[in-house]
Design a protein around this ligand. Sequence first.
Ligand code: ADP
Ligand code: C5P
Ligand code: MG
Length: 204
Amino acid sequence: MAPQESGIQTKSLYNVVFVLGPPGSGKGTQCAKIQNGFGFVHLSAGDLLREERMRAGSQFGELIEKHIREGTIVPVEITCKLLENAMLASGDAKGYLIDGFPRNRDNLDGWNREMGDKTKVHFTLYLSCPLDLCVERCLHRGQGRTDDNEESIKKRIVTYNDQTFPIIQHYEKLNMVREIHADSKSVDEVYAEIEKLFNDAGFH
Ligand code: ADP
Ligand code: C5P
Ligand code: MG
C-alpha cells in the first residue's frame, strides 16, 4: 500500500535539478536566467565554497583554497553541508538548481547518503561545450578568480574529464541527462532551449 493510502503523510521533497558541464560552459550564466524565469533557487557549489573560504573563523578556508587552485574536489562532507544549509536558508522555492555538483563519485555518494531521502532529483542539465572554447571563456571571465589562470584551468579540465564526466555518464545510464549544446550560440539562444526543456518538464 502506498503511504498516502495508508493515511501516513509523506513529507514533501525538495525539487532539484543538477547542472553540470565543463568549467566555463555557462552554468552560472544560465542558472541565473532559470532562477529568474522559473522561480528556482540557484545554488552554485563553487560560489558556496568561495564564500566559506572567505568566512572569518572558517576552519576550512585553507583547505578549500588549496582545492580550488589545484582544481581538485573538496570533500563532500563540506560541500553537501553548505548546499543543505543554503537550501534551508532560502525558504520556499519551486526547486533548486544545484550548479557544479555532483562533481565526482564522492560528491554523488555523499549527496545520496545525506540528501537522497529529502530531495527529488528530476534530471541533470548538461551544458556541453568544446573544452578549448571553455578555456577561452574562463580566461576572459574577468571575475578575478584565483583559478581562472592557464595552469589551474588545465588542472580543472583534467578533473572534469577524469571525475565529472563519469558522473554525467552515470546519470545518462539512468536516462536523467538533458543535454544542451552551449557553444556557437549566444547566452539568450542557449537559454531559449533551456526554457523549452523546463517548460516541457512541467516547471511552469
Ligand atoms: P561556468 O559557471 O560554467 O563556469 P559561466 O557562466 O561563469 O560558466 O560562464 C563563463 C564565461 O563565459 C562568462 O564570462 C560568461 O559571460 C561567458 N559565457 C557564458 N555563456 C556564453 C555564451 N553562450 N556565449 C559566449 N559567452 C558565454
Ligand atoms: O563550479 P566552479 O567552477 O565555480 O568551481 C570552482 C572550484 O570549486 C572547482 O574547481 C573545485 O575546486 C571546487 N568545487 C568543488 N566541489 C564542487 C564544486 C566546486 O570542490 N562540487
Ligand atoms: Mg560557475
